[in-house]
Design a protein around this ligand. Structure first.
Ligand SMILES: *[C@@H]1O[C@H](CO)[C@@H](O)[C@H](O)[C@H]1NC(C)=O
Ligand SMILES: *[C@@H]1O[C@H](CO)[C@@H](O)[C@H](O)[C@H]1NC(C)=O
Ligand SMILES: *[C@@H]1O[C@H](CO)[C@@H](O)[C@H](O)[C@H]1NC(C)=O
Ligand SMILES: *[C@@H]1O[C@H](CO)[C@@H](O)[C@H](O)[C@H]1NC(C)=O
Ligand SMILES: *[C@@H]1O[C@H](CO)[C@@H](O)[C@H](O)[C@H]1NC(C)=O
Ligand SMILES: *[C@@H]1O[C@H](CO)[C@@H](O)[C@H](O)[C@H]1NC(C)=O
Ligand SMILES: *[C@@H]1O[C@H](CO)[C@@H](O)[C@H](O)[C@H]1NC(C)=O
Ligand SMILES: *[C@@H]1O[C@H](CO)[C@@H](O)[C@H](O)[C@H]1NC(C)=O
Length: 907
């Protein structure tokens, strides 16, 4: 089991209290005992669930672990088989689907059922609605799929329902309105979509509603204004829209509102004082604008206010903060549209522990950093990327004795030689600060855990003393001009807790010996050459290894399959590696493998088939000589497959055996020597390309690549672009160009409604262009050039409004070019060398054609702009991290001490 996975579990369980029902000595009823026994026999791996494993035939079933009976009737009323985590062996517990006729449903008197963290993958059966006395139902993390059954609404006595972290992929049924006694409803991370049903307003006892990490859309139903006992409302990470939900202003019991990462917009209500019990208000990551209402700062109970990543302007209102002592401890205002000085009135908030003001545009004005001197309680201060002409004198912060985290990236720093920051300092980000010399004061910051000095101008050697800082955990020196490491070859190995080391984009020439503790090593874009040493596999838990864009030669080390070296991201692209891709370099934990741009040859290793988590496979630009890897379709999570520019050959389809890649989003097999025809149903099973619904399982883990952005180059509109992880959702591409595929274009191509780019050029396709191509309403780029297509271009293609670029040249097409602004605005060359084509934009008229407007120049420019904005969108995105944790947040929420302790306990 992967460490990162475990860490995430620990995070999510950190605050939970394990309650074990104390067994009750009472005579068990035979029917109840039999039902329990049968239930036990329905699962395959019961031995893992310690509770169920202790059930013995000859003892009173009411005394079995996890069971409580009614003292009078002997009926089982409480069943708790939630998985009891043993961090050392986190194998799943009960395994197998919960059947509709499961004997569980014979325990009709159950009042409380907890099956959390079992692997019940399958649907949640309708029969759950038969357990009608249930008050507490907890099915957290059970891997259920399919719909939430509407029979759940029969459980009208429920007070506490937790279905979080299942993969339901459905709407929330109206029947939830039947839960008239419901107090706590948790449906986090359930892949639910559609509107929040208005029947939710019937739950008048509701105190806690958690719907975060779903795909809910639209506005909140008005009926929610009835939920006047609600204290906690968490709706973050959905797609909710509309103005700020004014109905919340009636819910004065609310202590916590989290609407972050949605699509809300407009202004906040000017008077929010009715929320008189509010302690925690988070609306970050929306499109709210206008001033921040001063009434918000006057709510006396307010402790945490998170307004960052919106379009708020004019923070002057902060100036009207009440003079009464404020309880506010956390204030995040970063990434808004604030212009002008940072209001000095912030210093009235003397209790502030956490202050975020990043990306404040002072209009190049002067910032008086001395205001921060008054905030003596500050623990974390984020002043990164202020737009100011002032130099930030680091010595100001040496007076803040509680300061642990200081973010100063993107500012001009003044670092005095006598500087010493307060000793609690653990995190320091000094990226893009125009620093030219390794800051010496760091040598004495013995508490430092996290250091980012990337993207500066520091050259020479990385000082040896850095590795003696006893608690160092994260070091990022990327984007400088370092040429080496001071000291002996094993200097870095002195850093025993180092977890992340990013040295990419420097001038290093020799690969250092890595400490055993390392999980992430990023070393791309340096001057490394020679063979990749076997020592690279020494860090026993190495998760991510990126050595791309260097000059490594020789073969790929055969050490990654080692069970301990559980590598999940292996990126070695753009080197000069040769030989085969050995089976021994394939770890079963791989999620992302990129060996593109080398000189590898031979076949793809069949052991890839055991990498059931593989999402990304890129072997482009090598000399692989193999047939099409049909067996890859057994990898359920494969999203990107790039075989471009190799010697792959043979058919890509077998008669009677349709290929199906349910989660594939990018399929690029261009420039190989594939041959044969494609049956008309070829694309029928490619669901991710035909529907916008996400079928990927929700995993209860931090994606192992949460640190590193996977990337792939994509040729589109003549541009090669880098695509980061986010792009996988946006870009859906099929590129089979440059092969020798023949026959008709498969009819089923019309099913791939989500396709953005389709390139079938430079093959030997014959027959007509199918009108069904017009179903691809998201298509932005279509290339059918250099084939032997005949007949007309279907007029329906004129309706594809996003289709900005197309190429039909070098075919045998004829007849008029269809009407439609997108088509007519194409360059003439897009239709060239088709003897029979006529009409706009070609010179040849079809007899009845008229005006031809030439907007080529404009169009070309627009096209480029658009392509650029794609890149910007792709680059600007930071992958969503399932547990909501990034490194910064981990450090913000958890004491690194504690983190390190946990980490040590694994090693
Ligand atoms: C318990 O009883 C069941 C059914 O009678 C039987 O199949 C099983 O082997 C018994 N288990 C033990 C440990 O005796
Ligand atoms: C049953 O009785 C035991 C003591 O005899 C008591 O501790 C327990 O709380 C009772 N359980 C219920 C559900 O009443
Ligand atoms: C169900 O079990 C899990 C794991 O043991 C626990 O965290 C959760 O609080 C339990 N749910 C209820 C409602 O007791
Ligand atoms: C439940 O249904 C399955 C088939 O759907 C059947 O094989 C099984 O015997 C049934 N179990 C019971 C307890 O009826
Ligand atoms: C806040 O103070 C400014 C300047 O003192 C004043 O112009 C403004 O009206 C005040 N706003 C509120 C809501 O009281
Ligand atoms: C580190 O601290 C020691 C003693 O506290 C001092 O002598 C030394 O000059 C400091 N070094 C730096 C680089 O500040
Ligand atoms: C996949 O793993 C199994 C079990 O470890 C092994 O027996 C099998 O040979 C592997 N398959 C390939 C193609 O390596
Ligand atoms: C590919 O391999 C086959 C036999 O395995 C061989 O005949 C063929 O020449 C190879 N092609 C190239 C381009 O190396």
């Amino acid at each position: 089991m992967k460490i990162v996975w475990r860490l995430c579990l620990i995070f999510s369980l950190f605050n939970s209290v394990f309650v074990f029902a104390s067994p009750v000595r009472h005579l068990c009823r035979p029917d109840q005992r039999d039902a329990l026994r049968e239930f036990k026999s329905e699962f395959i791996e019961v031995q893992f669930n310690t509770k169920i494993a202790t059930w013995r035939n000859n003892s009173d079933c009411c005394s079995w672990d996890g069971i409580s009976c009614d003292n009078n009737t002997g009926m089982v009323i409480d069943l708790d088989l939630s998985f009891n985590f043993d961090f050392m062996d986190s194998s799943v517990s009960l395994s197998g689907p919960l059947r509709y006729n499961s004997s569980l449903f014979r325990l009709q008197h159950l009042q409380s059922l907890n099956l959390s963290w079992n692997n019940l993958d399958g649907v949640l059966p309708d029969s759950i609605g038969n357990l009608k006395y249930l008050r507490v139902l907890s099915l957290f993390g059970c891997f259920f799929v399919g719909k939430i059954p509407s029979s759940l609404g029969n459980l009208s006595y429920l007070t506490d329902l937790d279905l979080s972290f299942n993969n339901f992929n459905s709407e929330l049924p109206d029947s939830i309105g039947n839960f008239k006694y419901m107090k706590v409803l948790s449906l986090r991370g359930c892949n639910l979509f559609g509107k929040i049903p208005s029947s939710i307003g019937n739950l008048s006892y509701l105190t806690e509603l958690d719907l975060y990490y779903n795909g809910f859309t639209g506005e909140l139903p008005d009926s929610m204004g009835n939920l006047n006992r609600l204290t906690t409302l968490t709706l973050n990470n959905n797609k909710l829209s509309g103005n700020f939900p004014f109905l919340l202003l009636n819910l004065s019991s609310l202590t916590r509102i989290d609407l972050s990462s949605n699509q809300f917009q407009g202004m906040l209500p000017s008077n929010m004082s009715s929320l008189s019990n509010l302690e925690d208000f988070d609306i970050s990551g929306n499109s709210f604008r206008g001033p921040i209402p001063s009434s918000l700062f006057m709510i006396p109970s307010l402790i945490k206010l998170v307004l960052e990543r919106n379009h708020f302007s004019s923070p002057l209102e902060i100036g009207n903060i009440t003079s009464s002592p404020s309880k506010l401890e956390e204030l995040f205002l970063g990434e808004n549209n604030f212009n002008g000085p940072i209001p000095g009135s912030i210093l009235k908030l003397v209790g502030l522990r956490n202050l975020g003001l990043s990306f404040w545009n002072t209009g190049k004005g002067v910032v008086d950093f001395n205001i921060f001197l008054h905030l003596k309680s500050l623990v974390a201060l984020d002043l990164s990327y202020l737009n100011t002409s002032s130099m930030v004198d680091l010595s100001i912060f040496s007076h803040l004795m509680s300061l642990e985290r200081l973010y100063l990236s993107g500012n001009n720093l003044e670092i005095r030689s006598s500087l010493h920051l307060p000793s609690p300092i653990r995190l320091l980000t000094l990226s893009s600060c125009n620093i030219s010399e390794f800051p010496k004061f760091i040598q004495n910051q013995t508490g430092l855990v996290y250091l980012d000095i990337s993207t500066n101008r520091i050259g020479g050697q990385v000082p040896e003393w850095l590795w003696r800082l006893p608690r160092l955990w994260y070091v990022n020196v990327s984007g400088n001009s370092f040429s080496g490491f001071e000291g002996s070859a094993d200097a870095i190995q002195k850093s025993e807790d180092l977890f992340v080391l990013d040295i990419s984009s420097n001038k290093f020439r020799d690969l250092p010996l890595l400490p055993k503790s390392l999980l992430y090593f990023l070393g791309s874009e340096n001057g490394f050459s020679g063979e990749i040493p076997m020592a690279i596999c020494e860090p026993v838990y190495l998760d991510t290894l990126v050595l791309s864009n260097n000059n490594f030669s020789g073969s790929i080390p055969r050490c990654f399959e080692n069970v301990d070296a559980s590598i999940s991201v292996l990126h070695l692209h753009n080197n000069s590696l040769s030989g085969i891709l050995p089976e021994e370099s394939i770890s079963v934990y791989l999620t992302s493998l990129n060996v593109g741009g080398n000189k590898l040859s031979g076949e793809l290793p069949k052991s890839l088939i055991n990498c059931t988590r593989l999402e990304f496979l890129n072997v482009e630009d090598n000399n692989f000589n193999d047939t099409f890897p049909f067996w890859l379709r057994f990898l359920p999570e494969l999203q990107i497959l790039v075989l471009r520019s190799n010697e792959f050959h043979g058919p890509i389809s077998y008669p009677g055996d349709s290929l199906s890649f349910p989660n594939l989003r990018i399929f690029d097999i261009s420039d190989n020597r594939f041959t044969g025809t494609l049956p008309s149903d070829y694309f029928a099973g490619w669901s991710a390309l035909s529907s916008s619904v996400n079928n990927l399982p929700i995993r209860l883990e931090v994606p192992s690549t949460f640190y590193y952005h996977r990337s792939v180059a994509l040729t589109n509109k003549g541009l090669k672009m880098e695509l980061v992880w986010s792009g996988f959702k946006i870009y859906k591409t099929i590129d089979i160009s440059g092969n020798r595929l023949q026959g008709d274009i498969p009819e089923s191509i019309g099913l791939l409604k989500e396709l953005i780019v389709l390139n079938m050029s430079n093959n030997v396709f014959t027959g007509h262009i199918l009108p069904s191509l017009a179903n691809l309403s998201n298509l932005q780029s279509l290339d059918l050039s250099q084939n032997r297509l005949s007949g007309r271009i279907p007029p329906e293609l004129g309706k594809l409004t996003f289709l900005a670029w197309m190429n039909f040249s070098y075919n045998m097409l004829e007849g008029p070019i269809p009407q439609g602004t997108q088509i007519q605005s194409q360059n003439i060359s897009s239709f060239a060398e088709n003897p029979g084509l006529c009409g706009d934009p070609l010179q040849e008229t079809c007899g009845k054609e008229e005006e031809a407007t030439e907007q080529e120049e404009d169009e070309k420019k627009e096209e480029e702009d658009e392509a650029l904005s794609w890149i910007a969108a792709a680059i600007g995105y930071v992958p969503g991290v399932f547990c909501g944790l990034t490194f910064g947040h981990i450090l913000a929420s958890y004491k690194p001490d504690w983190f390190l302790r946990i980490f040590r306990s694994f090693s």
